[in-house]
Design a protein around this ligand. Structure first.
Ligand code: NAP
Length: 337
């Protein structure tokens, strides 16, 4: 993260004033055009294609808070099974969700139907090559399966050796313990670094926060990934733990015209561009049924415009994007030196 002094210095070196940056930010914050170009399955449900040709539903199921007492576990299992039956067959988890209890619960849900699930898990702690292999074996054991469809690096810590991580992921892929790998919480500058290491371009996706209330990645990461044909996974698409968007008046108004919930509209908005997979979490079968509606809900350009106007990109997100551009510029400058 650049401090204010570094940012001012960067502006001076780039020959722009803070006022000019603010004016550009104001223009950028009002710019939004989207097109729905997703493939769909026979039932008209929206799907997303990975670069290796694998096709998954545009709405999956998250699991961060499952098996931690928010709902009875039997109800949460029922919720996930309901999602599977409604084509939300991508399930996202992580070795650190509930210290592995989320993975164990998913293992019970998948028993007898593993081949119907596109299973995603993450490595969160020891990111050395040995640590990654150990963590993957641990996840496979808790999930009761012999492979993950996608394995993600949960985040990049300051000391993370990206070439070591990629080499470890590639070894797991060669051993058929994972089918593909990706990253999470990577900014564009991190993606650029990743693509510079051997095999870094094999990254399947980047999982980042994205919702109508948190639109930062539209400025930089989403176009970066689109240019490379790489889908993005959107976490917290309903606003996070608080589910803050499920009572949003602008979403509820659009929902009323389609006879569906605000949550379904929030999810349809998140996947509207065709290269985003949203992974809402719910431990409630009723909520899961509401969320599944988004798989076949098409918003009109006017509805998208109204939602964009009610929730414009926040100035803080735009500044963050500029700071990351500064970071990329500084790294490029150091590489040239
Ligand atoms: P979210 O999916 O935006 O929101 C979850 C909340 O919304 C829960 O409180 C849930 O409660 C509620 N909800 C779901 N559907 C609803 C509906 N139809 N009506 C009303 N309320 C509804 O937030 P999230 O859990 O932060 O994100 C989703 C998933 O993304 C996580 O589970 C995890 O798998 C992943 N994630 C990844 C990262 C990362 O760093 N890679 C970070 C955060 C999250 P009920 O259970 O009662 O329905």
């Amino acid at each position: 993260m650049l401090c204010r002094r570094e940012f001012n210095g960067l502006c001076a070196r780039l020959g722009v004033s803070f006022a000019a940056v603010s004016a550009m930010l104001a223009t950028l914050s009002s710019a939004t055009t989207f097109a729905a170009t997703q493939p769909s399955n026979d039932a008209g449900r929206r799907m997303v294609r990975f670069r290796d040709g694998t096709i998954v539903p545009a709405i999956g199921q998250g699991s961060w808070h499952l098996a931690q007492g928010r709902h009875p576990e039997a109800v949460e299992e029922d919720a996930l099974r309901t999602g599977l039956s409604l084509d939300m067959t991508l399930i996202d988890t992580s070795d650190n969700y509930g210290d592995g209890r989320s993975e164990e619960l998913i293992g019970r849900v998948m028993a007898g139907q593993r081949d119907r699930v596109y299973l995603v898990s993450k490595i969160s702690n020891d990111m050395t090559p040995e640590g990654i292999t150990r963590a993957c074996d641990g996840s496979l054991g808790r999930l009761g399966t012999d492979h993950l469809d996608l394995y993600l690096l949960h985040w990049r810590s300051p000391g993370t050796d990206l070439s070591g991580v990629v080499a470890a992921f590639e070894s797991l892929r060669a051993a058929k313990k994972i089918r593909a790998w990706g990253v999470s919480n990577f900014k564009v500058s991190d993606m650029e670094d990743l693509f510079r290491v051997p095999d870094g371009h094999r990254c399947a996706t980047n999982q980042v926060r994205y919702s109508l209330d948190s639109r930062g990645m539209e400025r930089d990461l989403l176009p970066w990934c689109e240019q490379r044909g790489m889908p993005v996974m959107a976490y917290s698409p309903l606003g996070g733990d608080s589910g803050s968007l499920v009572h949003d008046p602008a979403l509820a108004r659009v929902g009323a015209t389609h006879d569906c919930s605000a949550a379904a509209v929030a999810l349809a908005w998140a996947i509207r561009r065709g290269n985003v997979i949203a992974i809402p979490e719910s431990g409630s079968p009723l909520h899961v049924k509401e969320n599944a509606v988004a798989l076949s809900l098409t918003l009109s350009p006017q509805e998208i415009e109204a939602l964009d106007a009610a929730h414009p990109v926040k100035p803080t997100d735009i500044v963050r994007s500029w700071l990351d551009q500064g970071r990329q510029w500084l790294r490029g400058f150091r590489n040239v030196e």
